[in-house]
Design a protein around this ligand. Structure first.
Ligand code: GTP
Ligand code: MG
Length: 251
């Protein structure tokens, strides 16, 4: 019997991009079995929320493992949306999220789930955009460059040998998340860095798995504003950690 996965898709104004990916993701995960999917609408406004609700309702007719969407009244940020859904799940062995745009394909999501399931749910699995033989990583040069600078900053400042903390596909054992969730304060785009630090400090191993990745136009990370905020968040994480950051230990 495969371990169960609760897969969240955080959405901020994604009705234009999610349809095709949601259909493919539902089909691939239905083949796997044991996966439930929750779309989280993160306070994008009434008209956008209606459009997303309609897209999910139409897909639910074909995909019983697609749960009703979680509709957040206010924008919490990507991390806030992921955590809002993860916190309500009390059964699945794995908590996961994937970006709504399909830059990590449904096939890659299914592959990462299969890899994680070979393990008992004790380690986390983070997808990683490593340009290497056998993988295709297609990304705008500026975004790639900024991503590499940010990843190097994270790695140096926090002394963690991570290659890509920001890839939008991750699986975490539910019990490991619950052990650290009280420590998690960052809800913006740097939330995955804080999650990584909290998991490692609590003794949960984190494996990076190279995936193929194709940039989808319409990304909302602002190339000037967001990296500055994200760098500030890394400094906050470092400071909290230096003050003891109360690393919870694993159950
Ligand atoms: N919940 C929530 N999700 C957000 C917010 N902003 C972005 N996202 C989600 O975060 C995911 C990634 O956002 P993108 O806009 O694809 O980011 P990007 O600019 O393409 O950055 P990369 O994909 O890393 O190159 C998507 O699923 C978005 O809907 C937000 O304020 N709240
Ligand atoms: Mg994207």
């Amino acid at each position: 019997m495969s371990s169960s996965v609760y897969l969240v898709i955080p959405c901020y104004q994604e009705s234009g991009r999610i349809s095709r990916f949601l259909g493919e993701l539902c089909d691939e995960t239905q083949k796997l079995g044991g996966v439930s999917i929750r779309v989280v609408e993160d306070g994008s406004g009434d008209a956008e929320a209606r459009r997303l609700r309609d897209i999910v309702a139409a897909q639910q007719n074909r995909s019983p493992h697609l749960l009703p969407p979680l509709m957040l009244p206010e924008n919490l940020g990507k991390g806030g949306a992921v955590y809002a859904a993860w916190r309500e799940e009390k059964n699945a062995e794995w908590l996961a999220f994937v970006d709504a745009d399909g830059s990590c394909s449904a096939l890659e999501v299914a592959r990462l789930i299969r890899i994680a399931r070979e393990d008992a749910p004790r380690s986390a699995f983070f997808a990683s955009r490593i340009k290497m033989l056998g993988k295709t990583v297609e990304r705008d040069f500026c975004r790639h460059l900024l991503g590499r600078v940010y990843a190097s900053l994270v790695s140096e400042l926090l002394d963690i040998p991570v290659y890509d903390s920001q890839c939008g596909l991750k699986l975490v054992p539910r019990l490991c998340f619950q052990a650290v969730q009280a420590r998690l304060k960052i809800h913006g785009f740097a939330f995955d860095v804080e999650l990584l630090v909290a998991l490692l400090d609590s003794g949960c191993a984190v494996h990076e798995v190279p995936i193929s990745w194709h940039e989808i136009p319409g990304g909302k990370v602002h190339l000037l504003r967001d990296p500055v905020r994200m760098a500030r968040d890394v400094l906050k994480i470092k400071a909290a950690r230096a003050q003891g950051g109360s690393a919870a230990s694993l159950p």
